[in-house]
Structure formats: C-alpha cells, structure tokens
Design a protein around this ligand. Structure first.
Ligand SMILES: NC(=O)c1ccc[n+]([C@@H]2O[C@H](COP(=O)([O-])OP(=O)(O)OC[C@H]3O[C@@H](n4cnc5c(N)ncnc54)[C@H](O)[C@@H]3O)[C@@H](O)[C@H]2O)c1
Length: 715
C-alpha cells in the first residue's frame, strides 16, 4: 500500500504500475470535498516520492467516477473574499498540476459520471479510457461559475477552442462516442476492461510506442492558434454564447473571455487567469442563487425519498378524462414505465388522448431517442376504456375530468365504488378545494390532490395537495408515483390556488392594475422578460388561456376577497368578454399567426389597445423599476403568506415550487430568496411605498418583525 486514506487509496498493482482509487467512505458517490483534495495532495506526494514507479492508473470503485465538487461546501467557500477564492483554487490546482507532472505515464479509467472537478481530474492525466455507458462534462455554468481546477486550460488545449466552448459554456454531459470523437478521451472500452486497457497504454508508453511527454506538453503549452484564428474562434463564440445564455447568466461568456486571455500562456500562468475569473463569478449573486437552488433541489429530493419509503407500490395507474391533461398524464406514466388505464365517457375523447400520446412518441422516435419497438410497448401500456372493468387492479387514480365541482364529485364517488379499498384517489383540479372534493367520499384518507401543469410532459412540477383528512400513505404513494413519472413533487396543504396559483394570481393582479393605471402591456412584458421571466404576464395569460385565467381568478377572489377581488372590469375580463382566449383561439393580448414552418408566432394587434380603452385610466409612462416593483411585490408577499399559513413546509419548497411551476427566474433563486437578497427591511420599505395599491401590497406583521430583527428566510 502506497497511501491509504478515507477517500483515496494508492497501491501497486503490477510491474511498477500504481493504482490510485477514489472511494469516499460513508458516501454513495465520490465527490471533491475538502477531505478528498487533501488526500489527493498526500497521495500525490507519496507517488512522487516512491522510487521505481512506471505508471499510474486512476480509478473509482463507486458506480460513478467522481460526480463533481461538493456543492454543499460552496456557500461557505463563496462567502470568502475574492482573494481567498483565488488562493484556494491555486492551492487545489497545485495538486492537479503535480499529478500532471508525475515522472511516468498516467491514465484515468472513467466509469459512470465524471463531471466538473471529476472530469478535471481525468484531464490532469495523460490519457483517458472510458466505459461506453459513462458520461463526462463540465456542468459548472449551471451553478453560475465555470471550471476552476484547470478545466478551461486543459480542455481547450486538448480538444480545441470550439469544442471547449461548446462543452464548458453549454455545461453538457457528453457520451463516450462524442468524447472519443472530439478527442476528450483516447479509447472507449467495456467497464471490465478499463483497467486492463489503461495498463496497456502505460506499457506502450514505456516501450516508446506512445509519446506521453508530447501529449503532456500539448496540454501544458499555449493554445495552438495564430492571432487571426484565435480572434475568430473567441469573438464569434462570444457573440453566439452571449445570445444563448442571455445577460442574466454571465458565466458562459466569462469562461470564453478567460480562455481567450490564457490562450497565449503556458499552464501555470493560464491557471492563474482561470482562478481570477472563477473567483469573480463565484462572487456574483447569480452563483449564490444557483448554488442555493441546487441545494434546495437536494432537499426536495431527500424529502421525496423519505416519502417513497412509506409509499405503496403503484403497479397500475388510471386516469379519468382523456383530455389535454389526462392524455398527458397517460403518456408520461406509460413512457416512464407505469402502465395506465385511460378512461373517458366519450370515444372521441379517448381517440384524442391516444392521438396526442402517439404524436409525442413519434417525435421521440424521429429524434432518435426511442425505437419503434419501444414506442409500441409504451402505447400498449395505455389501456383506453369507457368503463370501470379493470379498476379493481388499479393502485392509484388521477382524476382529470372537466373543472366542475359537481361533475368531479360524482366521478370521484363513482370511482371510489369501483376501486379496491386501499387504492389512492387523486384529483388534478387546479382550483377546487381538496377538502370540498373529499366531503362526500367514504375514504377521504385515501384522497389528495395531484396537480400537474400543462403540458404534462414538459412541466417538471407536481403539487401534491394534502386535505385535512388525507393520510400519510396517500401522500407518500402520490409522491412516489410523481417521482416514478420523472416529476418533482412538492407537498402542500389545501387552500384556494394551492401554492402555485395562489402566488401567480396576485402577480396577475399586479399586471391588471398596471394596465388600469395606464401602462402599456407590451412594455410590462418586455420589462418582466428582461427581469428574467420566460414570458411577460400578458403573453403568459395568452398561453394559459383567458377562460382559465378568468375562472381561476374568480376562485382566488372568492378565497381571498380582501386582496384578490378586483373592483370593476379588468383587462382579463375585457379579453375574455371579446372571446380573446389567447393562443387557443389565436387572439388574446396578442395575435397568433402561423409562421412559414407552421409554428405559432406572436404578433402585435392594435385592436387590443382599442378594446382596453374603457378600463385604462389615462396614459402613464412607468419606469422599469416601478413595473418590477408593482409586479413582484404581490407575488413575493403572497409567497410569504403561503409560508406563514403553513401551505408550504419551508422556504425551499416555496421557491422551488415557483421555479418549477411558473418559471420564476432561476438565477434569482425564488421569491423568498429575492426578498432576502434585497434585504427584508428594504423589501418592506418598498412595499410600503406602494401601500395605496391595496392589501396585495401590504407586508405581514411577521415580515415586518423580520425586517426589524434582521432575520432571513435562508440562513
Ligand atoms: N389544461 C390545463 O392547463 C390544466 C392544468 C392543470 C390542471 N388542469 C385541470 O385538469 C382537469 C382536466 O382539464 P383538461 O384541460 O384536460 O380538460 P379537457 O376538457 O381537455 O378534458 C376533460 C376530459 O374529461 C372527459 N370527461 C368528462 N366527464 C367525464 C367523466 N365523467 N368520466 C371520464 N371522463 C370525463 C371529457 O370527455 C374530456 O375528454 C381540470 O380539472 C383542469 O382544471 C388543467
């Protein structure tokens, strides 16, 4: 044994060849936490000191090689000064450079995932062999940073600027065939042959057949481009990447700038440039938010896992109603491996649901994501029916019939009589109280909400809604089924709008009041899109549908009349009254026309302004800041109320719900983090400035208290 630690061991395996193996004790995956870096330093020292070694193979005995840095350490690390961050990176890089400089050939054997720091470890060795099922990549930009263990330096020299930009700025996970093609790895071999083939490479190096020193120098030298080529490569990619990433995500473009800056430098100087750029990004609020988001997501996953332990198995599901939502649920369930019965009362409904599933599956086949055989299997696992014939075998039912309390009540009661006593019943209602729907059920403990978003196959969130009588088993089974469908479930308590719509409608309230007070709706859309929303509120209403918007708005107004009831006619009413339902009938705030490719395109319609005249009280040129404040204050304050009312369990659930459910700008972390970042005191001050706009803008007592004491939602 050459070295033995808690994360790394090094031993001689044959003929002077050493094996450095990563196996972090007490963890299911290898990651670069402080301990692992320290041990890598110590292990490398031993390798340097050991006489007579002829080569090194780097391996992992976990299912994955190394999944990346330990992100739980980031918040504390990034809170340090920029200088400390630079020093920290340079210190870690000494280890990777020491590995690169070992006086014998080195090869990494990559199994599973080698991501971020894990892949940077691979890049430090002379060669890389990879399992065909493994994936490699540098996903750091997803956290608002870029590689900081020499990744921008080594990859750009190894595969060239264009591929380095693609991998680093896209944060992609790359399959073995791709990695081999671009030259990021040297061979792809079956997992059981990885070590054997790494040893073979070392032997060939030592026999003089491979020139490992030359390869090493290539990685340690300058990027091989003349001034003109360099300018072309970097400037063109900067423009392209900036357009893709958008202004709110600076890391991808900074990564290119850093590579451009160190292109003409050799390794050690280049790494200094990388470290400075990394520290600059690590100090941005975007990085703090994206890291926070990652950690919140981990929390969500942990909670779901805990529920899964209590869940009953869902071997067969059923969906009632084969409409937009029911069809989507059937498709998603079948695709992810849970067979499902799809029941409707109309043959046409069923035909429509199946047609939609077929369309989505054909798209997958066309894209090469699925073969025709698998497509047939998926379709065969959706059983269409007009009766309750097989319902005794069903473990969980999703009710997705029309949004009408009387119809739903009848359908749910009828279903309850046709399923086993232990079957779980859920409703996909968007507005009706779960307690109300539970009222006439014989087994309300087996019932809860399961709120999907449209389109089901695209939207990650499922709100699992607990009624007063819902049992833990019902929640657990529903959470587990949502997970099995590849969704992110968040458990919330029952109230009008649950979490997502309860928060979204005050935001729409902010919008209709802005229009009433003379704002141009297109201006509002532009400002909110610049703020980071995928679409502005008018456009969003067109996508949701004005009928849905109006109906849900009325339910919200009834639930929270003090702040959600509107005096007089609103812009939404005007659109609805004029049959402008949005995208579904080609006219809402905007007009929708088909472009040459047959895709719906949004165009301005002057008529909208004429129609809105009766509700607009004079023209008003609002500043961008005022628009943001008037839109965001109601949304954030309602999120605070959801937390205080116990609708959500904690701030992480609230923020993640908004990010996954309504596309809250991820780089801002969520509504509660947005308040934290502004400072609770400043936020309350801002709200007070708009107090005249009504209760939607009034902070809660508890929030005022937080403003005084300096308490925050996160940490
Ligand atoms: N469309 C959305 O954006 C969206 C989003 C989230 C939740 N929801 C909710 O999902 C539910 C369904 O909405 P949708 O948009 O899919 O509606 P839809 O009108 O497209 O589909 C409803 C289907 O239910 C069928 N149906 C009616 N009565 C039935 C019965 N007794 N038994 C079986 N089937 C019956 C109809 O034939 C129709 O096919 C509603 O509760 C809605 O609020 C909709």
């Amino acid at each position: 044994m050459i070295y033995e630690g808690k994360a790394i061991t090094v031993k001689e395996i044959e003929g002077g060849i050493a094996q450095l193996n990563f196996d972090l004790q007490g963890e299911s995956v290898n990651k670069f936490n402080r301990l692992t870096i320290e041990e890598l330093r110590a292990a490398t020292d031993k390798l340097e000191a050991k006489k007579g070694l002829k080569g090194l193979v780097v391996t992992s005995s976990k299912d994955s090689f190394i999944v990346g840095a330990d992100i739980t350490e980031f918040t504390e690390l990034f809170a340090g000064s920029e200088e400390d961050l630079v020093a920290n990176n340079l210190k870690a890089n000494e280890v990777f450079s020491a590995i690169e400089d070992l006086p014998f050939p080195t090869v990494t054997a990559i199994n599973g995932m080698a991501l971020g720091g894990g892949f940077e470890m691979c890049l430090a060795t002379d060669y890389r062999v990879m399992d065909p099922k493994a994936k490699v990549g540098l996903p750091e930009v997803k956290l608002g940073i870029f590689p900081g263990f020499g990744g921008t330096v080594r990859l750009s020299r190894l595969v060239g600027v264009d591929y380095a930009v693609e991998w680093i700025c896209g944060g992609t996970e790359n399959r073995a065939d791709k990695a081999l093609k671009v030259g990021a790895v040297d061979a792809v071999v079956e997992s059981e042959k990885l070590v054997e083939s790494a040893i073979a490479i070392i032997k060939q190096c030592n026999e003089g057949k491979f020139d490992y020193q030359a390869r090493r120098e290539e990685k340690k030298g300058k990027i091989k481009l003349n001034a003109m080529e360099s300018m072309m490569a970097f400037e063109i990619s900067k423009g392209f990447v900036a357009a893709q990433a958008g202004k709110n995500y600076p890391a991808p473009v900074e990564a290119i700038k850093v590579m451009q800056k160190h292109a003409g430098l050799t390794r050690d100087k280049a790494i200094e440039v990388e470290a400075k750029g990394f520290a600059k990004m690590a100090k941005t609020n975007v990085a703090a938010c994206l890291v926070g988001l990652f950690l919140n997501d981990q929390e969500l996953k942990k909670k779901a896992k805990a529920w899964e332990k209590e869940a009953n198995e869902v071997k067969l599901a059923a969906v009632l109603g084969a409409g937009i939502m029911g069809g989507g649920v059937a498709y998603q369930s079948a695709l992810k491996g849970t067979p499902i019965i799809m029941k409707d009362i109309a043959q046409e409904g069923i035909a429509l649901g199946l047609k939609e599933a077929k369309k989505l599956l054909t798209k997958r086949v066309d894209k090469g994501k699925m073969d025709a055989g698998k497509m047939a299997d998926v379709l065969n696992s959706i059983t269409p029916t007009l009766n309750y014939g097989d319902f005794k075998s069903v473990d969980l039912v999703v009710e997705a019939v029309v949004e009408n309390p009387k119809v739903k009540d009848a359908v749910l009661r009828e279903t309850e009589d046709n399923v086993r006593e232990d079957a779980i019943l859920t409703s996909n209602t968007s507005t009706i109280s779960i307690d109300l729907l539970a009222k006439n059920l014989k087994r309300p403990e087996n019932f809860c909400g399961m709120h999907f978003f449209n389109p089901v196959h695209m939207m990650p969130l499922v709100e699992v809604i607990r009624g007063k009588k819902t049992s833990d088993r019902a929640i657990a089974t529903t959470v587990a089924y949502a997970k099995a469908m590849g969704k992110t479930p968040i458990v919330v308590n029952d109230c009008p709008g649950f979490l997502v719509n309860r928060v979204l409608f005050p935001y729409f309230g902010g919008f209709v009041n802005l229009v009433r007070d003379g704002a141009d709706f297109q201006h509002v859309d532009r400002v909110m899109e610049k703020f980071g929303w995928p679409m502005g509120p008018a456009y969003l209403l067109d996508v949701v549908g004005m009928d849905t918007g109006k109906h849900a708005g009325e339910v919200m107004a009834e639930g929270f009349p003090d702040r959600m009831k509107h005096e007089g006619t609103t812009a939404i009413d005007v659109m609805f009254d004029n049959n402008r339902y949005g995208q579904k009938n080609d006219k809402g705030f905007y007009k929708y026309e088909l472009d040459r490719k047959g895709k719906q395109k949004k165009v301005v319609d002057e008529e909208t302004y004429k129609l809105l005249e009766p509700v607009v009280q004079g023209k008003n040129d609002f500043s961008d800041e005022d628009i943001i404040a008037r839109m965001m204050l109601p949304l954030c304050l309602e999120t605070v109320r959801c937390l205080e009312d116990g609708i959500v369990e904690d701030p992480a659930d609230a923020d993640m719900g908004l990010i996954f459910g309504i596309g809250f700008p991820p780089f801002r972390g969520g509504a509660l983090r947005y308040i934290d970042d502004m400072g609770v005191d400043k936020f309350v001050e801002l709200a007070d400035k708009f107090a005249d706009l009504g209760p939607l803008y009034h902070p809660t007592e508890k929030l005022r208290e937080m403003a005084k004491t300096g308490e925050k939602f996160f940490g």
